[in-house]
Design a protein around this ligand. Structure first.
Ligand code: COI
Length: 353
């Protein structure tokens, strides 16, 4: 399908790459393709970035019929641009689509929307160290009717924005609070889908944690309220007595692409990685016994983010002396090395534009 391009008549001033705030500086254009049941996907186009015109009765506005992805375009030393595992994002989007009764999008069409838009916005891919162009593809159900049914009219949209570090702390350790009241997701719910509702469910606990001086919350499972699932916008990993532990993909945990990549790298380096149920109790007991050596979060936006403090109720433990741990740093260096083209890419994760 040919993508029709309509260029913006005036271009925005680009922000200073050294002071970027995550997700605020949207670029000049966006990609949209429509879907209608019986017709399929049609009219792919790149148009000037601007407000969408949505019927106030559209399903997405009332019932959260929405899924999204997050990936990045990286500027390499020779000035070229590359993506990291973009097909994995599209596969995950189609997996999320199944859960929310949204249509499957052909991988090549979803990818063409991303690559063409990045090409049009190539001057927006920043050059400064640790900056990139964040890519946010999303799909919304647009049927204008208040009955609770899946939409027959849907759009897949891609917007992009230059970004620096997700957390203001940068690579300094973040403080995480174990949430015991609210839950993010339950098995059989939508936890494994990347859908706005999961993030809406996280806002109250996130706000309270922030007021108490924490960056994010660590979610416990919704049934036993005991086992660790993920952190606000990241998957989570621990090094305990030399072994790497991470919650298994039990249906309510997001199958993170950075998580997947870190597990592969850790295995390449000979670490034993256990994907299993981990109780908060086990973690705090390890901290007290001195065997909780490192903790970190993984995510596209946050990359690899060290955790320096964990709190639960009135218990508080410092991890790795509130410094970035050795493995956390090694993972960050290796992953960002591959993403920005400074290191070899043995697993074929990079797609050059
Ligand atoms: C990402 O890491 O790309 C995410 O989607 C997290 C986001 C909610 C900031």
């Amino acid at each position: 399908m040919e993508i029709k391009i309509t260029r913006a008549s005036t271009l925005k001033e680009k922000p200073d790459s050294s002071t970027l705030v995550f997700g605020k500086a949207m670029t000049d254009h966006m990609f949209i393709v429509d879907y209608d049941a019986g017709q399929g996907w049609h009219d792919p186009r790149i148009i000037p970035y601007g407000p969408l015109q949505i019927d106030p009765a559209a399903k997405v506005l009332h019932y959260g019929e929405e899924i999204f992805e997050g990936l990045k375009a990286y500027r390499t030393a020779d000035g070229s641009i590359q993506l990291f595992r973009p097909r994995d994002n599209i596969a995950r989007m189609n997996h999320s689509a199944q859960r929310l009764c949204l249509p499957q999008i052909p991988e090549d069409l979803a990818l063409a929307g991303i690559t063409k838009l990045v090409e049009v916005e190539q001057d927006w891919v920043p050059h400064e160290k640790d900056t990139s162009l964040y890519i946010r593809p999303f799909m919304i159900g647009l049927d204008a009717a208040l009955g609770v049914h899946s939409s027959k009219h849907v759009q897949y949209i891609v917007v992009v924005c230059p970004v620096g570090a997700y957390y203001p702390e940068g690579l300094n350790p973040v403080k995480i609070y174990v949430e015991e009241q609210d839950v993010r997701a339950v098995k059989g719910g939508m936890g494994m889908a990347k859908t706005g509702g999961n993030y809406a469910a996280s806002l109250r606990a996130g706000d309270l944690a922030e007021k108490a001086g924490y960056s994010q919350v660590l979610w416990l499972d919704g049934v036993h309220r005991k086992y660790i699932e993920e952190v606000g916008s990241m998957n989570v990993m621990f090094k305990v007595a030399g072994k790497i532990l991470t919650p298994d993909l039990n249906g309510s945990v997001l199958d993170g692409i950075t998580r997947r990549s870190c597990i592969q790298l850790l295995k390449d380096w000979g670490y034993e990685v256990e994907e299993r149920r981990i109780s908060a109790e086990e973690l705090f007991a390890a901290a007290e016994a001195g065997t909780l050596e490192e903790a970190w979060g993984t995510g596209t936006a946050a990359v690899v983010s060290p955790i320096g403090e964990l709190a639960m109720g009135d218990k508080k433990v410092t991890v790795s002396h509130n410094q970035i741990g050795e493995i956390t740093q090694k993972l960050y260096d290796e992953l960002t090395g591959i993403q920005w083209g400074r290191t070899a890419d043995p697993h074929g994760w990079i797609m050059k534009l």
